[in-house]
Write a protein that binds this ligand. Structure first.
Ligand code: UT7
Length: 323
């Protein structure tokens, strides 16, 4: 059977690094509080004029380089983002042009922090169904543009960046030992809209809006739902927690990451953690963690990975993939 196999990964982080202590000047907060409650120590913020699609192009170029490919070898681009450059066209078509591609097709996926997991599931379906052979899957965000800088409960948590993964359709045996995406598990429940949302938009206020979050409630749902979806995806793949080499979680909060790993029955030395350096980069966080995990020498060919994420919607899910 055809599997969507990862063949290249790359990332881009904007130059400006903001340490927790910088927020102490303008907010009633502290480095100690932010570290203790979230695990975040610093984050990157895009420069003035630097856009989501520009960061996505830089990440894509790094992934293409690693795969030894050029943009002409790509059939489709899927960008997961909630912070596109414009309302339309899609960030993905801007990436397509930015890479100098004249063929193929490109579109965005919007599932907030679960966006990259949703994008992977969609890209996998394109590959497995024969609609595309090589798909560039990108998570890219500029959440610094939708912060309320007076809300200490949110503005200290988020960051900007982009990560890109290239999937290629390859003939595999059809067993859990295959390389590539082995299972996906997606969920959403729109009744939880008010827990995490942006208070502006095209058809409502004609403004961009800023992020609003009931942190404690989102935390509760995350701890409950992430281990559940990870287990479900592993079961679909015919595998269990003992088979997992690396959990690559959405990087929102170290306490969520730790509790989810505990519930999954996976030790923290098998979890890729980047939240301390990136903060929460929403749809970019998993591809950033994948790219950093590979660069650190943690993730190696043949390793079994579980990526899991939850965010606004609520929308959540997971992907089981052999590197
Ligand atoms: O990526 C999408 C998914 N998002 C998430 O997964 C985020 C989930 N939520 C969280 O990560 C955590 O809930 C937060 C990090 C947002 C907050 O941590 P918490 O332990 O749940 O704190 P809390 O909201 O219960 O707030 C505790 C206290 C409050 O003060 P009072 O009411 O107890 O007096 C807050 O006002 O901490 C206060 N607080 C702060 N204090 C210093 C909130 N933000 C800050 C801050 N600095 N930045």
């Amino acid at each position: 059977m055809i599997r969507a196999v990862p063949i290249g990964i790359g990332h881009y982080l904007p130059e400006r690094v903001v340490e927790n202590a910088e927020f102490e000047a303008t907010l009633d907060t502290s480095d100690e509080w932010i570290r203790a409650r979230s695990g975040i120590e610093r984050r990157h913020f895009a420069a003035e004029g630097e856009t989501t699609s520009q960061m996505a192009v830089a990440a894509a170029q790094a992934a293409l380089k690693m795969a030894g490919l050029t943009a002409a070898d790509i059939d489709a681009i899927v960008v997961a983002t909630s912070t596109p450059d414009l309302t339309f066209p899609s960030a993905a078509t801007m990436v397509q042009a930015g890479l100098g591609m004249e063929g193929g097709f490109a579109f965005d996926v919007q599932a907030v922090c679960a966006g990259f997991v949703y994008a992977l599931a969609n890209a996998n379906a394109l590959v497995v169904s024969g609609q595309a052979r090589r798909v560039l899957v990108i998570g890219a965000e500029t959440f610094s543009r939708i912060m309320d800088w007076t809300d200490r409960g949110t503005c200290v948590l988020f960051g900007d960046g982009a990560g890109a993964l290239i999937l290629e359709g390859r003939e595999e045996a059809g067993t859990p030992a295959d390389r590539g995406i082995l299972a996906t598990d997606l969920h959403s429940d729109g009744r939880y809209r008010d827990l995490l949302y942006v208070d502006g938009g095209v058809s409502s206020s004609q403004t961009t809006g800023v992020l609003r979050m009931e942190g404690r409630e989102v935390f509760r749902h995350a701890v409950e739902k992430l281990a559940e979806t990870a287990h479900a995806a592993l079961e679909k793949a015919g595998l269990g927690a003992a088979d997992v080499d690396w959990v690559v979680p959405h990087q929102a909060n170290l306490r969520i990451i730790t509790r989810t790993a505990q519930k999954m029955g996976v030790d923290m030395d098998r979890v890729v953690v980047t939240v301390q350096d990136h903060g929460n980069t929403s749809a970019a966080s998993i591809p950033l963690a994948l790219s950093v995990g590979v660069a650190r020498g943690q993730i190696k060919p043949g390793d079994l990975l579980v990526a899991e994420a939850i965010g606004g919607g609520l929308a959540w899910g997971s992907v089981v993939m052999r590197w």
